[in-house]
Ligand binder design. Structure first.
Ligand SMILES: [Zn+2]
Length: 95
């Protein structure tokens, strides 16, 4: 009998620690990150390129983690446009 050793990857949520498991509640083992990411996406997880994983739970902690991954809100101003905050009722101009 011989034993072969190979690296295997499992996936855990970086927010709550939940592990990605099969229908029998056994952990999934993957030989490479690409296969792990494909299965995770199929199961509704978010896995970033730098291997940050978020499971599909929808509590505040998970939503905050997803929001932190989003890009900043765009600024809708063109050159020369007056700022929306310079009206007569704003605190800067009322004093
Ligand atoms: Zn989680």
């Amino acid at each position: 009998m011989s034993l072969n050793t190979f690296p295997a990857h499992t996936l855990h949520c970086d927010v709550c620690g939940l592990e990605l498991t099969d229908p029998n509640d056994l952990p999934w083992w993957f030989a490479d990150f690409a296969d792990l990411r494909l299965m995770a996406l199929w199961a509704g997880w978010i896995v970033t390129a730098d291997q940050f994983a978020i499971c599909p739970l929808a509590d505040h902690a998970h939503r905050d983690a997803v929001t932190a991954l989003l890009p900043p809100e765009p600024v809708f101003e063109v050159p020369g446009q007056l700022s929306f905050d310079t009206g007569p009722d704003t605190p800067e101009t009322a004093a």
